[in-house]
Design a protein around this ligand. Structure first.
Ligand SMILES: NC(=O)c1ccc[n+]([C@@H]2O[C@H](COP(=O)([O-])OP(=O)(O)OC[C@H]3O[C@@H](n4cnc5c(N)ncnc54)[C@H](OP(=O)(O)O)[C@@H]3O)[C@@H](O)[C@H]2O)c1
Length: 294
């Protein structure tokens, strides 16, 4: 990170996570609402019994929590990620609690792998009902002139093109079923023009726009929404702490909730958007950020 002082970083936000106009000394008090706990037992009679759910990037973090919650509520979950050992671990964890999940290695930057992954889901479970295009990467902050082209390209290829490829190959299967829903992973960094994250912010803004376009194009049959988390407690947030040299408390000190979110809280919102309860909700950029920045 070049030429960026800490005060400036905190005032602009990190990866779309951080609050505006916070002070280094500001100690945050978290709100006292109880986030949902990681699920223990899987149910075959839950909200998503008989639904087939595809998730990109569920080897860790928000994707993993969402895979577990969908399985807990009865869904059959087909998911990818590049780290095979972690993928198998998540699959085994779900199965050991009576859930149904299948991991397949796939890289969302590669068209042939995304197509093969989506097709393999339908071969394995017979149909597709719900897709959560979640896979994403981050890089350390830099102003535009100091941003490496390879990093910008990787952010766009993973976070934006990966979502495009997912939708491209998921939509025909959803149309075949005659209904369905897609949830795309964006970020508050795609909504606000935070400084020093040009590739991340542009890729997430593209996700929000593609989501709204897909909702327009397929609205008669498929609902398409985007989720925009703030600071969520995953490995990505740990990288942000390290790369931006800030603490979690500093990152969230300008947010009303005064605490980071849990992956299970994003998962719960994704499940609601995928559920029949959200049957008239489409084309929405859904913030999950503890109250936002006003
Ligand atoms: N944590 C936050 O505060 C926050 C806030 C806003 C938005 N988000 C978004 O939430 C999503 C999940 O991030 P996280 O916080 O849960 O961090 P994470 O634990 O690092 O999860 C990222 C997931 O994406 C997968 N992934 C990355 N590149 C991939 C590729 N080329 N092909 C397939 N899978 C890939 C990773 O799997 P492999 O490494 O195994 O491939 C992993 O499962 C990301 O899109 C991120 O931008 C996070």
């Amino acid at each position: 990170m070049k030429n960026l002082n800490r005060r400036r970083i905190l005032s602009i936000g990190g990866l779309g996570f951080a609050g505006a106009a916070v002070t280094l000394a500001g100690q945050a008090q978290g709100n006292n609402q109880n986030p949902p706990q990681p699920m223990q037992k899987m149910s075959q009679n839950g909200r998503f019994a008989d639904k087939v759910v595809l998730i990109t990037g569920a080897t860790s973090g928000i994707g993993e929590a969402t895979a577990k919650l969908f399985a807990k509520e009865g869904a059959k979950v087909f998911f990818c990620g590049r780290r095979e050992a972690l993928g198998k671990q998540v699959e085994n964890s779900i199965r050991s609690k009576g859930g149904d999940a299948t991991y397949m290695r796939a890289d969302v930057r590669k068209e042939t792998e995304v197509k093969a992954f989506v097709d393999a889901c339908v071969t394995r479970y017979g149909r597709l009902d719900i897709a959560f295009n979640n896979a994403g990467v981050d890089y350390p902050p830099n102003p535009i002139a100091d941003t490496a082209i390879a990093e910008f390209d990787d952010l766009m290829n993973t976070n934006a093109r990966g979502v495009f490829l997912g939708m491209k190959y998921e939509i025909p299967h959803l149309l075949k079923v005659g209904s369905g829903t897609i949830i795309n992973m964006a970020s508050i960094g795609g909504q606000r023009a935070f400084a020093n994250i040009v590739g991340y912010g542009a890729s997430k803004a593209a996700v929000i726009h593609m989501t709204k376009m897909a909702a327009q194009e397929y609205g008669k049959t498929i609902r398409v929404n985007a989720v925009l988390p703030g600071a969520i407690d995953t490995a990505m947030l740990e990288r942000v702490e390290r790369d931006w040299k800030v603490t979690k408390e500093q990152l969230v000190s300008a947010y009303p909730s005064k605490r980071v979110g849990k992956p299970e809280e994003v998962a719960a919102a994704v499940l609601w958007l995928a559920s029949a309860e959200a049957s008239y909700v489409s084309g929405v950029a859904f913030n999950i950020d503890g109250g936002g920045l006003g």
